[in-house]
Design a protein. Structure first.
Length: 711
């Protein structure tokens, strides 16, 4: 009986009762409870006084059975058109009443109408009368499962009466109150007939920590509430709730280095009380308080008060579950590993936490292995983020950690693979190894397995890699696999892993790429060319990282061959020339010759622009610091007809737009300098012409010119 654990003082809400089908983990349901939940208060009250307490809703064993039956027997439901009921009223009767009262938020309407007023006993009769009127309006349009739920509730009440119970306290949704209050109007035989013969699937159950964030309706829990932190404060300190809420808001803003004085707090309290009086409320609610803080603290600036909105309205509280709660072995090992890795603080918070791991430290290395192993199960407690360009060592990892309570269902699901995190992740990786048939996917899996330090999964993975690599004929798939494999080799070296087998695979792939690349680049369209270009850049980076002379020589010879094949796209040829220039395979004179040929009038203009795009990929500094190349480009543009220039101008702009602002400014300065130089030369030439004129001879032709002009 999971209710018995509520008496344990180490079970601290918010918590959730998890019920799941062990044979189909897609069937799982959470019942969250906060300290102020009526159900939680009823359970604690009964257990403290030795009063029998039990659940009365339709058991999940029946719900799971109904779900399975509906899944197996899909039927067309014919709508009864005799009585038309407003769907909004049927789906959310309380929300419909709230809208009639002018409220968009049904929770806020319920709070104002019932929970903030005095005379709690009288409230129940008013609610009952309202629900009776609503149910009369709906009639018999309730879904069949709702009728089954209410029949089971009445069955539990009857069983309690038979056992001698005289005073039965019921905690249920207001909608169900009329059919439980008037239980005498329903025959036991009819209720039993409705429940007879239902399929049952026995669930397993456990208590798990929950959070205010998950309890809130915004998190997707349909029966949740929008303001858990507010209701917790209202429950504990009703008489002081306004003062405490405003004071807490002031403290939170002061923690953000925002100057909020005691006078601000006093004025905010007065304003909230004034708003409540104007609206006919006995005490200010969350809307009045938020408006007062927004006005007094934020001076109308919502950005300021949004800093504290989450903590004051939703809250960041997370529950605790004692160790004696029944859990699967994998979960026990996970919790122990979290403590060993010193991640308990990150595990017990609802906030996103930045975590930097130094892999030279033992605890950090354990934490890294754990996070990578959980990612194999698609349990993203941690998401690895990029390392700063100023800290590029292989001994550091940056993570963003955020634990979600519903990770528990993924842990239960992963429990089928083993009783420890290492065992389960190893077996799961071995299973994936057999399922994957693409070389690139295998290399990515190897990278993840290596980072997770799953030594027992590596041999099968290496063997599968060798088999798939040997059968792969597509040169592009080989290129896709190369970069991850090189990364694996680098990581393996950092973490003292044996990467000899990976190196052997790399030694096989590089020659095959070099042999097949030339033919693969011939006669391809623009889209394929762009994809090849990306692969070319990645492959070059991978080979350079290996720093193996034989591989580098073979690769550079392959690039040289590509530059001499006329049917290869200019984008690829330009990239090849740039790589060979950077590695000093080509000297400046050869590069200038290649550039003149690519930009010659005999070649297609668009191919010439593509060549420039490939050649200038990554940086345009070489144009700035190499006047010969700049002049070649300058002369080519000068020789173009205006129509031709307008045709290729968008392509040129695309190339030059990728340069940094400083690079473009320097190029503009070079252009202006060239224009000034050209104008100066023209001016000097004009002066020289004037200086050699013979005025006497020039005057002799003036009469003839005047005659021709009719003067």
């Amino acid at each position: 009986n999971m209710i018995e654990y509520v008496a344990n003082p180490d079970l601290k809400p918010p918590v959730a009762l998890l019920l799941y089908n062990p044979k189909d983990l897609n069937q799982a349901v959470y019942y969250p409870f906060a300290e102020f939940s009526p159900e939680w208060q009823a359970m604690t009250f009964g257990l403290e006084r030795d009063i029998p307490v039990q659940f009365m809703d339709l058991p999940q064993a029946i719900h799971f059975g109904l779900n399975q039956t509906e899944k197996d027997n899909i039927q067309i439901v014919l709508t009864d058109k005799k009585k038309t009921v407003d769907k909004a009223l049927l789906r959310d009767p309380i929300g419909a009443m709230a809208k009639l009262a002018g409220y968009e938020d049904s929770e806020r309407w319920w709070e104002v109408t019932f929970e903030q007023s005095e005379g709690f006993e009288a409230t129940f009769s008013v609610i009952l009368e309202m629900m009776q009127a609503l149910r009369k309006e709906v009639g018999d349009a309730n879904p069949r499962r709702e009728l089954m739920r209410e029949a089971y509730m009445r069955k539990v009440i009857r069983d309690g009466i038979k056992k001698g119970a005289e005073n039965i306290a019921i905690v249920c949704g207001a909608w169900h109150a009329p059919v439980l209050e008037d239980i005498h109007l329903f025959k036991a035989s009819a209720d039993n007939a409705l429940l007879r013969g239902l399929k049952k699937i026995k669930p397993k159950a456990t208590w798990i920590p929950w959070t205010y964030d998950r309890l809130a309706r915004q998190s997707g829990y349909s029966a949740g509430i929008t303001s858990p932190a507010w209701y917790a404060l209202l429950f504990k300190k009703r008489e002081e709730v306004v003062l405490r809420w405003v004071t807490t808001a002031a403290q939170l803003l002061r923690a953000e280095s925002i100057d909020i004085s005691s006078a601000h707090a006093i004025e905010a309290v007065r304003l909230s009380e004034t708003l409540a009086a104007l609206r006919g409320l006995p005490i200010p609610g969350i809307d009045e308080l938020f408006e007062a803080v927004h006005t007094v603290f934020g001076q109308g600036d919502s950005t300021l008060v949004n800093l504290v909105q989450k903590k004051l309205i939703v809250g960041d509280k997370i529950g605790q579950v004692p160790d004696n709660i029944p859990v699967i072995p994998l979960q026990q090992d996970l919790e122990a590993t979290i403590k060993k890795a010193r991640l308990s603080k990150e595990r017990n918070t609802t906030e996103k936490v930045e975590k930097k791991l130094d892999l030279r430290k033992n605890t950090n290395r354990i934490a890294s292995h754990l996070l990578h192993r959980l990612q194999l199960f698609n349990l993203p407690w941690g998401v690895e983020t990029a390392i700063s360009k100023y800290n590029t060592g292989n001994f550091t990892e940056n993570w963003q950690l955020k634990w979600k309570p519903d990770f528990i269902i993924k842990i239960i699901e992963a429990g089928m693979w083993g009783n420890t995190v290492e065992e389960a992740s190893t077996l799961f990786a071995q299973h994936q190894t057999k399922e994957i048939i693409q070389l690139a996917d295998l290399t990515r899996l190897l990278d993840r397995v290596l980072k997770a330090d799953l030594k027992n999964a590596i041999p099968d993975l290496i063997q599968q890699l060798q088999d798939v690599a040997a059968q792969t004929k597509d040169v592009f798939l080989l290129m896709d696999a190369l970069s991850p494999l090189v990364t694996v080799m680098r990581y393996g070296s950092t973490r003292q892993q044996d990467v000899g087998a990976v190196a052997a695979i790399v030694d096989q792939i590089i020659p095959r790429v070099c042999v097949g690349l030339s033919n693969a680049c011939v006669g391809v369209d623009e889209e394929v060319t762009s994809a090849i270009f990306d692969r070319l850049i990645r492959t070059n980076q991978a080979i350079q990282l290996l720093n193996d002379k034989s591989h580098i020589d073979l690769w550079q010879n392959t690039l040289f061959q590509l530059t001499n094949i006329s049917s290869v796209n200019g984008l690829l040829k330009g990239a090849c020339v740039r790589i060979l220039m950077d590695k000093q395979y080509f000297d400046n004179s050869v590069v200038a010759q290649q550039m003149r040929f690519a930009l010659s009038s005999a070649n297609d203009r668009q191919q010439a622009v593509a060549w420039m795009e490939g050649f200038l990929h990554g940086s345009g500094l070489l144009l700035i610091h190499n006047p010969i190349l700049w002049n070649i480009l300058d002369e080519w543009i000068d020789e173009l007809e205006m129509d031709d220039l307008m045709e290729i101008l968008p392509l040129l702009r695309r190339t030059f737009s990728k340069f940094s602002a400083s690079e473009r400014q320097k190029m503009m300065a070079l252009t202006n300098k060239r224009e000034r130089s050209t104008n100066l030369e023209a001016s000097k030439k004009e002066e020289s012409i004037i200086s050699v004129l013979e005025l006497e001879r020039a005057e002799r032709v003036l009469p003839t010119i005047q005659l021709l002009l009719g003067k």
